[in-house]
Design a protein around this ligand. Sequence first.
Ligand code: FAD
Length: 289
Amino acid sequence: MKNPPFTYHRPTTVDEALALLAEFGDDGKVLAGGQSLLPVMALRLGSPEHIIDIGSIDELATITVGDGVTIGAMVRHAEAEKSADIASQAPLIAAAMPYVGHRAIRSRGTVVGSIAHADGAAEMPAVCLATGATMSIASADGTREVAAADFFQGFFTTALEANELLTAVHFPAWSPTAGGSVVEIARRHGDYAMCGLACSIDVPNGTITEAALSFFSVAGQPIRVAEAEQALIGKPATESSFADAATVVAEHLDPTGDIHATANYRRQLATVLTRRGLAEAASRIGVPA
Ligand SMILES: Cc1cc2nc3c(=O)[nH]c(=O)nc-3n(C[C@H](O)[C@H](O)[C@H](O)COP(=O)(O)OP(=O)(O)OC[C@H]3O[C@@H](n4cnc5c(N)ncnc54)[C@H](O)[C@@H]3O)c2cc1C
């Protein structure tokens, strides 16, 4: 299906983009890689009158290292996938990349676009929640920072206002004694997962001091299971600790059911992924689970 008619704008600076967003408000939409927005428009699920294409704003296409890594709004998935800085500073992003659609989609789609789109089945929002990422948001009125835990607010819903641009996302420094993984179960490789997990454990002296279990495709937004994370603290990174955490996940995770999977099936997948993901995270830091 063809896209509905719209007026196309191609600013070359952030200030120009913010002025356009302020002018058009709810009638305007940011276009980054277009891999989600254009299908939405073609399916008539949205028909913005003004498209503000940020693809020519060079200052947004940067990866900056400093107390972690900051990814600008026009960094495409494929660049993130190849970046040695992201692999070392934010390894969960690198781990998630092979699951984000297919190569052609990753060559156009952006990391930050995926976060702004906030699909509860997508990998990147769950990675943000697991790592405690911070969103840098700008509008004509100024700038603000929002923690990932406050940013994702429900089904395709975020803290972003219509006149705001998500300029970058900062991922905090990764502990050298931490291991992480992204695991998921999908019907075909490249499909959105029926259930997925972005997880990490920090094991400085043989026992786990920090844990993050961030599930995706279980609700309208990514969900951390604090009870299961807590159950891992002070334990050795062993299969038995991971199995105990999986039991706690089954008790506390309340997934939604839909045409792709029932709630019970998703809960079962989440327990399998907890054991699998934590074992993979441990293996990344040379801890035999
Ligand atoms: C066949 C197919 C399979 C896919 N499979 C997966 C998958 O398995 N996992 C996955 O995570 N994704 C998947 N995707 C989506 C893909 O990752 C998209 O690239 C991504 O979700 C959106 O990034 P984008 O740059 O293309 O954003 P766009 O499509 O340009 O924008 C998406 C939305 O975010 C808004 N937006 C974008 N950037 C900003 C910004 N900087 N500030 C404010 N708002 C902004 C837009 O206004 C729009 O509402 C798939 C896409 C397709 C077509």
